[in-house]
Design a protein around this ligand. Sequence first.
Ligand SMILES: [Zn+2]
Length: 306
Amino acid sequence: MIRKIIISLFCVFILISSHAHGKLKVVSSFSILGDVVKTVGGDFIDHKSIVGPNEDTHVYNPTPNDGRLISKADLIIINGLMFETWFKRMIDATGYKKDVAVASKNIEPHKMMAPYFGGKPVPDPHVWSNVRHVMTWVKNIREALIRNDPQHKKNYENNATLYLKELKELDIWIRQQFKTIPKKKCKVITAHDAFNYFEKAYGVTFLSPQGLSTTDEPSAAEMVKLIIQIKKENIKTIFVENISNTHLIKQLASETGAKIGGVLYSDALSPKGEPGESYIKMMRHNVETIAQSLSCFKLNTPKKEK
Ligand SMILES: [Zn+2]
């Protein structure tokens, strides 16, 4: 009898201790945010992202698997600012009641007109194209992890401090790359409007046929306006994005004679082994690709009439 009680107590102890030492289950909404969450959480969290590399969060359709993932999560982290339009539906469907942290809390968004929200001004969700906003993400993620797993407070604080230092260096490096380029003369064409915060922070102007979402299709008149602008301003290079349909960019290239200057990572990381496999690598790749493009520099030295 005593032996049975000891064995039962031992089993209860194992169950309690395995739960206590189990990793915090964290789910983030998309791959870029997921990389930042993983870096702050380190080995102390069990992490999964819903929308994966090269996938488009704007048009994502959650699967039953995502529902199961959410049901088991201790903490969910989203960007917010109306980026994850499918998220509320999913939370309602799964009945998830635990913590949802908004990484973009305390970031002052700029507003833009968005046809997919009835033409009303909405916050631009693409805050991660400014490294300083990702530093705010890191602070919010750190607080959310500590709130849900206070026993690893020191670890999350240390990871966040190291990462903030790297991000600060990245921000300084980007500013140096574009320091000598006259702000109004460096123009970059991408398919959708994902780089407004980059433009404001680093002084490179982005033009795009689509609006804030990849679901926005430009009208014929808007395409003609952009084609005229590309020709008039002698923009020679336009870029495709890793997440978006390339048909608009190909159409612009064939109508204007501009060449396609490479891939920019806008709303998702690349798969592992490719240049945008982490947030820091994707930003470096984007900056190098833009800085090496002829369109930035040709405009700096307009041809003189002989
Ligand atoms: Zn986007």
